[in-house]
Design a protein around this ligand. Structure first.
Ligand SMILES: *Cc1c(COP(=O)(O)O)cnc(C)c1O
Length: 386
C-alpha cells in the first residue's frame, strides 16, 4: 500500500494538483505571517474579521475560567453545558426558526443530518457543485443520491416529478463556496411544496454576511417554511468554530436522538459556545461591518479591469477570478505571493476541470487600500502572463 500511496502523490505533483499547507505564525486576519513571511491575505472565510476580535478573545478567556476547557462527554451524557444550550436558543432565535442543535463542525453536521433524516427508500437531490460534505452525507445516508446541474431548477423538477421515493430531501449550498453565487432557494421551496419534498440549506457562506442583520440566506430571500432545515458553520463569518442545524422542534428533537455525529461525539468546549454567543451579538449588530464589506465587493467588481481573466458572477464576499488552466492559476497565485499577497489557486477536484481559479475572499477586516493593492497586482500579473 505504501508504494501505491507514493505513486499517487507523485502523480498529483505531475498533474499540478499537489497541495501544500502554509504554516501560520499569526492570528487569522487580513495581515498574516505565513511560512515566516508577512502577507496581505485574501484566503480566509473570516468574512467579518471576527477570528481575532478582542471582545471574542476576552469572552473565550473568561468562559474558560468559568467552564474549563473540555466538554468531557457526549451531549447526551454530561457534555451539554448551559453555554451550549444558551447558544442553541440564541441561534434559533437569530435565524427565526423554532429550534437549533450544535455540531462540532459543519462537516459533522451534514453527515449527521443527512444520515438521520433520510435512508433506504428515500431520495436526496443535490446540486452538482455542493460542498464535499453534503456528498459524503448523502453517501452515508444510503438514500438514493441524485445530482442536478448547478442551480438548474428545471433539471431538479424533472427528477422530482419521476421520483417514487418515500421522503424527498433537496440538499444545497445556499452560497457556493468556490463560486460565490447564490442558489435559487425560493424556487426550490416552491418545488418542495409541489412535490412534497423538504429543503436542507447549507448556509456556511451566507450566515453573518447575507440577510437582515446577517441572519443568512433564508433572511436574504425572506423565506419561512416548516419544510426548511438549515445548517450554518460557525468557523467562517462567526469567526470561531463549529456549526448548527436549525428547523422545526420535531426535527431537532429527532436529530438529538438519531444524528450519530451528534450522539457519539464530544461537543466542542463550552467556552467556544460562550465565545460564539458574543460573536452572534456582534454579527446581529454588525450592519456597519457588512456595509463596509459590500463597499469592498463593489470596488473590486467596478475597478478590476482585466481582459484575460474574468471575475465570476457573484455578489457575495467570495469573488473567484476564473483562470482555467491549473498551472496558470498556480503561476498567477505565485506571482501575487511574490508581491506579498496571498490568494489561493483552486484546482480540480475542488472545482470542475478547466475551471481553475483564484478564490479571492473579501472580509470586513480589509481596507480599501488592501483591495486597491490586490487589483494593481492583478493588473501587473495580466501584463506578465500575456
Ligand atoms: C466549510 C463548509 C462546510 C464545513 O464546515 P466546517 O465547520 O468547516 O467543517 C460545510 N459546507 C460548506 C458549504 C462549507 O463551505
Amino acid at each position: 500500500m505504501l508504494d501505491a500511496l507514493q505513486k499517487a502523490l507523485e502523480q498529483r505533483e505531475k498533474d499540478g494538483l499537489l497541495r501544500q499547507r502554509r504554516l501560520l505564525d499569526s492570528p487569522q486576519a487580513e495581515h498574516i505571517v505565513a511560512d515566516t513571511k508577512p502577507y496581505l491575505s485574501f484566503c480566509s472565510n473570516d468574512y467579518l474579521g471576527l477570528a481575532n476580535h478582542p471582545k471574542l478573545i476576552a469572552a473565550m478567556q473568561q468562559a474558560a475560567g468559568i467552564a474549563g476547557v473540555g466538554s468531557g462527554a457526549s451531549g447526551l451524557v454530561t457534555g451539554h453545558h448551559r453555554y451550549h444550550d444558551d447558544l442553541e436558543k440564541q441561534l434559533a432565535k437569530f435565524v427565526n426558526l423554532p429550534a437549533a442543535l450544535l455540531f462540532s463542525t459543519g462537516y459533522m453536521a451534514n453527515i449527521g443530518v443527512l444520515g438521520a433524516l433520510v435512508g433506504r427508500g428515500d431520495a436526496i437531490f443535490a446540486d452538482k457543485l455542493n460542498h464535499a460534505c453534503l456528498n459524503d452525507g448523502g453517501y452515508y445516508s444510503l438514500a438514493e443520491f441524485n445530482r442536478f446541474a448547478h442551480n438548474d431548477v428545471a433539471a431538479l423538477e424533472s427528477l422530482l416529478k419521476t421520483s417514487t421515493a418515500k421522503h424527498k430531501l433537496i440538499a444545497v449550498d445556499a452560497v457556493f463556496s468556490m463560486d460565490g453565487d447564490i442558489a435559487p432557494i425560493p424556487d426550490y421551496l416552491a418545488l418542495c411544496e409541489k412535490y412534497d419534498a423538504y429543503l436542507y440549506v447549507d448556509d456556511a457562506h451566507g450566515f453573518g454576511v447575507l440577510g437582515e442583520h446577517g441572519a443568512g440566506s433564508l433572511s436574504h430571500f425572506n423565506l419561512q417554511s416548516p419544510r426548511i432545515i438549515m445548517m450554518a458553520t460557525l468557523g467562517k463569518a462567526a469567526g470561531v468554530a463549529g456549526a448548527f442545524v436549525a428547523g422545526q422542534q420535531v426535527v431537532i428533537d429527532y436529530l438529538i436522538q438519531t444524528a450519530k455525529s451528534y450522539v457519539y461525539s464530544t461537543p466542542a468546549p463550552p467556552a467556544l459556545s460562550a465565545t460564539l454567543s458574543a460573536s452572534v451579538n456582534i454579527i446581529a449588530q454588525g450592519d456597519a461591518l457588512r456595509a463596509h464589506l459590500y463597499a469592498l465587493i463593489a470596488l473590486l467588481k467596478a475597478e478590476l479591469n482585466l481582459t484575460k481573466w474574468q471575475l465570476m458572477p457573484s455578489i457575495t464576499s467570495i469573488q473567484p477570478l476564473l483562470i482555467g488552466d491549473n498551472f496558470e492559476a498556480v503561476r498567477v497565485s505565485r506571482f501575487l505571493q511574490a508581491k506579498g499577497i496571498l490568494v489561493p489557486a483552486i484546482r480540480p477536484p475542488t472545482v470542475p476541470k478547466n475551471t481553475a481559479r483564484l478564490r479571492i475572499s473579501l472580509s470586513a477586516a480589509h481596507s480599501k487600500a488592501d483591495v486597491m493593492r490586490l487589483m494593481s497586482a492583478l493588473h501587473e500579473a495580466e501584463k506578465e502572463f500575456s
